[in-house]
Unconditional design. Structure first.
Length: 342
């Protein structure tokens, strides 16, 4: 397909671009930046790429840059080999989780989301892997973002940060993770984890928006995983704008914890690595009055001959370190299952 050939050329020529397909759609969107400058995000209409923490918020503006669309054709999925990772971080991650549980027991916070970076020393085919990602996860937001001064990121995230159309907005409270099965039983820990996210969002926006509606919790599929999810909808007031809502929501308890500031402080001091753009957000900002942003989960970063896969899980007082490590392994399969070797 022509768009994938163009992506190959853009990568080889080191030109900044993003290609993305929205959930349950078959339309690809390609935005190409004309220069290799880094444009800092400051409310410009464009595709935004924002880290979990820090100042490196970038945007590829829609104005002055070529934007094209087309229909994704059907192509066969390529079966990925069962990669073995070079460094098994089981013991280190379980120690990190234990630290988090201890902090919760000391009432430092109620929940913290802890993550790990899985390093795969392999060269992958960028285009074939992206095609696999698109075909395998039709209900996710699928993207490929490249900037020579930032790097190459790819992902299939199941989580919307916020969607804003004029003054109407919708966000989700997504938490709790299990492998897919026909007869799912959610534990108290998982139900509580999802409720933390819902309560946080409601508390932060209820006095700033109008006509707030919260739906019942439902079980949703995301590849080989299932999650608990509820929708939160309302209308922005004249003194509470789109960017105010975005800054209020990010990062949500689904990627950091509660209370937010204490959880972030614990993450930065104890995780031992830089999340970069993992657990940040990305997507269209103010495109024809529509903002459509997603949390950057189920993602990978290509760094020379290394693929970094980022995964995390929510820790509460009822967490068991061994099970939390298994959850990160299960989440990593979203990416492992689509990798295609060069």
């Amino acid at each position: 397909m022509q768009v994938f050939e163009e992506i190959q050329v853009l990568v080889s020529q080191q030109k900044p671009f993003v290609c993305y397909v929205k959930p349950n759609e078959s339309v690809w969107n390609l935005l190409i930046q004309q220069t290799d400058e880094i444009t800092a995000f400051s409310n410009q209409a464009g595709f935004v790429f924002v880290p979990f923490h820090g100042e490196n918020q970038v945007v590829i503006p829609f104005e002055g840059n070529p934007f094209s669309q087309g229909t994704v054709e059907t192509f066969e999925q390529i079966t990925a080999p069962n990669y073995n990772f070079e460094n098994n971080e089981n013991e280190d991650f379980q120690k990190l989780v234990s630290l988090g549980i201890e902090a919760i027991q000391k009432n430092e916070f109620d929940k913290v989301v802890l993550s790990r970076k899985i390093v795969l020393k392999k060269q992958i085919s960028i285009v074939a892997t992206f095609q696999n990602l698109i075909a395998t996860y039709p209900s996710a937001f699928r993207y490929l973002f490249f900037h020579p001064r930032i790097g190459l990121w790819m992902g299939a995230t199941p989580e919307q940060l916020v969607k804003i159309n004029q003054n109407q907005f919708e966000t989700v409270a997504l938490a709790g993770t299990q492998l897919y099965s026909e007869n799912v039983i959610w534990t108290i820990k998982e139900i509580e984890e999802q409720q933390f996210v819902t309560d946080y969002i409601i508390t932060k926006v209820k006095n700033k928006v109008k006509q707030l509606i919260v739906t019942d919790v439902e079980t949703v599929n995301a590849g080989n995983l299932i999650h608990l999810k509820s929708y939160i909808r309302g209308y922005l007031t004249s003194d509470f704008h789109a960017n105010d809502l975005i800054q209020t929501l990010h990062p949500t308890p689904a990627v950091c914890g509660l209370p937010k500031e204490r959880a972030i402080d614990f993450i930065l001091k104890n995780e031992g690595y830089d999340r970069k753009y993992y657990a940040g957000f990305l997507g269209e900002y103010n495109k024809e009055n529509l903002t459509d942003l997603f949390v950057n989960l189920r993602c990978l970063e290509v760094d020379d001959d290394v693929v970094n896969i980022y995964v995390g899980c929510g820790i509460t007082k009822d967490s068991i370190p061994e099970k939390e490590f298994v959850e990160t392994e299960n989440k990593s399969m979203t990416i492992r299952n689509v990798l295609v070797s060069k």
